[in-house]
Design a protein around this ligand. Structure first.
Ligand code: ADP
Ligand code: ASP
Ligand code: MG
Length: 403
């Protein structure tokens, strides 16, 4: 079999942890499999580098940020390759460019456009274990190093697995699979054997960072056999992320996600005329801002108000965009002391009363809901940040997820 194995920041967080990863790979190789390992930077490294850059500039040049951040993954890929080599295995490390990963020009959040697998195929034919530096590629136009957004090593692994038709893509992290909610918030959370791509995509998009959302989207598109498991307990089987039809039992609610990195933007006294919302949200989209949960209230005296949420990281750019609408918006305010809690489940499609149960669970804890948004398989609620963990636990209990 050809296996793509990805090791996250904590899995390669120290030299001992890197040696541990080398041992995991060694065992898999000894079973006769071909291996492409994808590694993250050592945990905390990417944040540290961002802080360094921000000590010089609040808005550092994106392509320099990519030059800086991509170094973290290069360090671990070389170290892991050296460790495996020392144990007598033929190995080669590869940067994103060497692995053939070509992206668009959107520095710090680049999209993969193509992967030329020739280099990797040749190395495998040579009997080598490949260790790819995750989270990065090269821009097609300018041939600059680019990065794929936070948590992007997951995407590197899935994209490679899809492009090279690997048999499986295993994402090794510090928990042994996908749980009904973050086990660090609710110790009663239960591990799932399987979860559908769509549910995982919602959980990841709504804050469960155990898998990066774009990696799940790509796994679904390319039909990659994706497994989440732990490098701390590699003997434990993880969670399979798969097609909905491969899952027999479909619970109404499969999981709860929490996202604290959200800002609520409130616009008041907005001119009520056709094209106003189109203008505002097109400008936000053009600035690459990820807008969610839009609410518009009924207009009074030709003025309306609009609320929406954005990731905290888009806050600065959002302010700049809002400034260009000064003539049509009387006041804009921002509240970052909020969070988004969401319930997710494919079973919701065929059940009624799912949302009302969530509202009652929060009400019984006296938690006020500011904004609600729903889709076929999720209900999201904006609440005050101080109630985040309490809300997760209350919802977990309301849907009997610990049973
Ligand atoms: P890595 O550094 O390996 O990429 P991350 O820190 O990105 O790992 O993701 C793993 C973390 O995701 C876990 O430590 C856990 O706290 C968190 N997490 C959030 N939601 C879930 C969930 N539903 N199931 C498992 N882990 C979750
Ligand atoms: N090192 C990058 C980050 O911290 C990418 C990754 O770990 O997946 O976001
Ligand atoms: Mg991650």
């Amino acid at each position: 079999m050809l296996k793509v194995l990805k090791f996250g920041g904590t899995s390669v967080g120290t030299l001992e942890r890197i040696q541990n990863v080398a041992n995991i790979i060694k065992d898999i190789r000894d079973e006769g499999h071909d291996v492409i390992a994808v590694v993250s930077a050592m945990s905390g490294e990417t944040n540290k580098l961002i802080e360094y850059a921000e000590s010089f500039s609040k808005t550092p040049v994106p392509n320099e940020i990519d030059m800086l951040l991509s170094s973290g993954e290069r360090v671990t890929s070389a170290l892991l390759s050296i460790a495996l080599n020392e144990q007598g295995y033929k190995t080669t490390s590869m940067s994103g460019r060497e692995a053939g990963i070509v992206t668009d020009n959107a520095h710090t959040r680049a999209r993969i456009e193509s992967i030329d697998t020739n280099n990797m195929k040749n190395a495998i034919a040579d009997g080598k274990i490949i260790v790819v530096a995750g989270f990065q590629g090269v821009t097609e136009d300018t041939q600059r190093v680019s990065t794929l957004g936070r948590g992007g090593s997951d995407l590197t692994a899935v994209a490679i697995a899809g492009a090279i038709h690997a048999d499986v893509c295993e994402i090794y992290t510090d928990v042994d699979g996908i749980y009904t909610t973050d086990p660090r918030i609710e110790p009663k959370a239960k591990k799932l054997d399987k979860i559908s791509y769509d549910e995982m995509l919602e959980l990841a998009s709504l804050g469960a960072k155990v898998l990066q959302n774009r990696s799940v989207e790509m796994a679904k598109k390319l039909n990659v056999n994706l497994v989440s498991r732990s490098s701390f307990t590699p003997e434990v089987e993880g969670t399979l992320i798969t097609k909905e039809e491969n899952i027999m039992e479909k619970p109404v609610v499969s999981g709860i996600a929490l996202d604290k990195n959200q800002v609520r933007v409130g616009m008041y006294g907005v001119t009520d005329r056709p094209g106003m919302a189109a203008g505002i949200f097109t400008s936000l989209a053009n600035a690459n801002i990820n807008v969610d949960m839009i609410v518009q209230t009924v207009a009074v005296d030709g003025k309306t108000s609009l609320d929406f949420t954005i990731p905290t990281t888009d806050w600065e750019i959002c302010k700049t965009v809002m400034n260009t609408f000064k003539d049509d918006i009387e006041k804009v305010d921002y509240n970052e002391k909020i969070c988004k809690v969401s319930i997710v489940g494919v079973g919701m499609k065929s059940h009624t009363g799912v949302a009302s149960k969530a509202f009652s669970a929060l009400a019984s804890e006296n938690i006020n809901i500011r904004i609600i948004s729903t889709s076929e398989i999720k209900v999201s609620m904006i609440i005050e940040e101080k109630y985040a963990e309490l809300a997760v636990r209350a919802l977990h209990e309301a849907y009997n997820l610990d049973k």
